[in-house]
Write a protein that binds this ligand. Structure first.
Ligand code: SF4
Length: 86
């Protein structure tokens, strides 16, 4: 019987088991100057909004093609949705 792999549209990289990308994300978090980095509360708020958004597809925003965990990390970035959700 063939094994069916289910892709979770509302999952982020860590839940998807994308270990190389998660490591890159951690490296970026460590390297980014504090004044460019989104504070942890705002970062979690942004990701919570992404999780509820129809534009999230397995860690990627279909509006811009970014991994949302990377996009949300930089304070100056914003959500590309026409409603500018964050
Ligand atoms: S459109 Fe905005 S809220 Fe939706 S997944 Fe993309 S970045 Fe997140």
């Amino acid at each position: 019987m063939p094994v069916t792999q289910h892709i979770c549209r509302r999952c982020l990289l860590e839940e998807l088991g994308e270990t190389a990308l998660v490591q890159s994300l951690e490296e970026l978090k460590a390297a980014l100057p504090e004044d460019e980095k989104t504070d942890s509360g705002e970062y979690e708020r942004r990701l919570a909004i992404c999780r509820e958004c129809d534009a999230l597809n397995a860690g990627t925003c279909v509006k811009c093609g970014c991994y949302v965990e990377f996009r949300a990390l930089k304070e100056r970035m914003h959500c590309p949705h026409e409603m500018k959700k964050w």
